[in-house]
Ligand binder design. Structure first.
Ligand code: NOJ
Ligand code: NOJ
Length: 463
């Protein structure tokens, strides 16, 4: 393992209200780093391959998924950016370059669905068995992560690697970011399988990450003197935004996960944690107040999040057993492995609450509305529609504290079910509470680490 990655160590000096929980967090943070890294460039895989899990049967997750890989790489990019030890930084840089090289190869080899191909064999080759394809969130997530990497490398003076390998301004291009952006900007209207690999249609999650990829891509293209491309990406992002708006259902007060479904399970409740993940993956990691229409602290997202929490709270036997928080699944109608709560969706609710707190803190106030009041009431913060809670007031501090406690409760919930070693499987058995399905799911560790990243940056007194 890489001991003590700096960005992973919690900011000191904050009063620690619950030393025992904080010590679990330290353990889980370290274990998450070690176990995440253990799933990358394994001895029997191509360099840069990020297996979804070491599990080779029931389920066989020994593949490189483009989506999981990009979300994991994004965490490594944060680590690379803040690492001060030169050996460790070099090591992380090598892993990331291997992932870039692998991605570039996988963009060019023949696959059944082109760039939207969801997963590859562990040796880097195309996976040609039947699968839900294409999954067009993959190239968008990969572009988002690669653009962050490009920005960091430019700042560090590695301009030639960036303009040769990551983003050149030629067309057609061989560079990895521009290839993904060309795919996203030309293909986003087509139906695609969702991130859960089951439903074909138009997905809010996919649209949100596509929009962010194109906005980040337009900014990068502008900076690298590719003005025509910048304008094209920006224009497509604006059009995606109109498509995104169609997903809001004012009567249900919900963001609808999928429109125009033509294959895959129906979700009559129209509730899916994919919407929450879209909010998290569709915004930069800063805490700008409501920087896009689906940011964590927006009224519509708060309303959708509360509806999801309520749907899962009555659904699983273990949610009636008096544990902290609600264990969160993918969507209520899920039947995969019997339909259980998942670790990464439960961690997403922790991150969501931390990010709501950060955004409200940056905004400097909360305006209570009919749409957001029920969310705040549910976390124990009763306020009247029309109230404005101003930064600096005791009520504002109370609000941030409640959000932090709510976020923490999801991590406490993961603690209840996780192994003492910090190992986390994909799912939590809805009846016994035991870890189940894919062991050491790489994405789990990424989701815990990003939740902690935001927790570290909360300006909230702990008592
Ligand atoms: C495997 C997919 O990865 C999973 O998301 C899905 O639920 C099952 N197949 C069933 O289709
Ligand atoms: C199944 C999940 O539904 C999907 O989102 C994920 O990419 C794969 N497992 C691999 O972890």
């Amino acid at each position: 393992m890489l001991p003590g990655l700096l960005f992973l160590s919690s900011i000191t000096g904050i009063a620690q209200a619950n030393p025992e929980f904080e010590s679990w967090i330290r353990m889980q943070r370290e274990a998450s780093v070690t176990k995440l890294l253990a799933n990358i460039s394994r001895v029997d895989t191509a360099p840069g391959t990020i297996v979804a899990s070491p599990s080779k049967s029931d389920p066989d997750y020994y593949y490189h998924w483009v989506r999981d890989g990009a979300l994991v790489a994004d965490v490594l990019i944060s680590a690379y950016d803040t690492e001060s030890d030169s050996n460790r930084k070099k090591h992380l840089g090598k892993i990331l370059r291997d992932w870039v090289t692998l991605s570039q190869k996988q963009q060019t080899i023949k696959t059944l669905s082109g760039l939207g191909e969801p997963k590859f064999n562990a040796d880097g080759s195309a996976f040609n068995d039947p699968w839900g394809r294409p999954q067009n969130d993959g190239p968008a997530l990969r572009a988002i992560a690669l653009i962050r990497l490009a920005r960091i490398l430019l700042k560090e003076g590695h301009g030639s690697y960036v303009t040769k390998t990551l983003y050149d301004s030629t067309h057609p291009t061989q560079s990895v970011i521009k290839k993904d952006l060309e795919h996203v900007s030309h293909e986003w209207r087509k139906p695609t399988f969702d991130l859960w690999e089951e439903v074909r249609g138009d997905h809010l999650y996919t649209r949100i990450v596509q929009k962010r990829a194109l906005l980040d891509g337009a900014a990068l293209a502008r900076d690298l003197n590719d003005a025509g491309a910048a304008e094209w990406y920006q224009g497509q992002a604006n059009t995606i935004n109109q498509a995104i708006a169609q997903h809001w259902n004012p009567a249900l007060r919900l963001w609808i996960p999928t429109l125009n479904r033509d294959t895959g399970p129906d979700k009559p409740a129209d509730i899916d944690t994919a919407v929450i993940l879209g909010s998290l993956h569709g915004t930069a990691h800063d805490a700008k107040p409501a920087s896009h229409s689906l940011s964590p602290s927006t009224d519509a997202m708060l309303s959708s999040a509360l509806a999801a929490k309520k749907a899962f709270s009555g659904l699983y036997a273990i949610n009636r057993a008096g544990f902290p928080a609600v264990a969160i699944g993918r969507y209520p109608e899920d039947t995969y492995y019997g339909g259980n709560p998942w670790v990464l969706t439960t961690a997403a609710f922790a991150e969501l609450n931390y990010r709501i707190a950060r955004e409200i803190n940056t905004a400097g106030k909360l305006r209570v509305t009919a749409l957001n009041a029920p969310f705040f009431k549910d976390i124990g913060f009763d306020a009247e529609t029309g109230d404005v809670i101003q930064k600096g007031s005791p009520r504002f501090r109370e609000l941030l504290k409640k959000l932090k406690d709510e976020g923490d409760s999801y991590l406490k919930r993961i603690r209840v079910h996780g192994y003492a070693s910090g190992s986390l499987s994909e799912q939590i058995d809805k009846t016994t509470g035991h870890m189940m399905s894919a062991s050491d799911l790489t994405w789990n560790y990424a989701s815990v680490l990003t939740a902690l990243w935001h927790r570290d940056r909360l300006a909230v007194p702990t008592q």
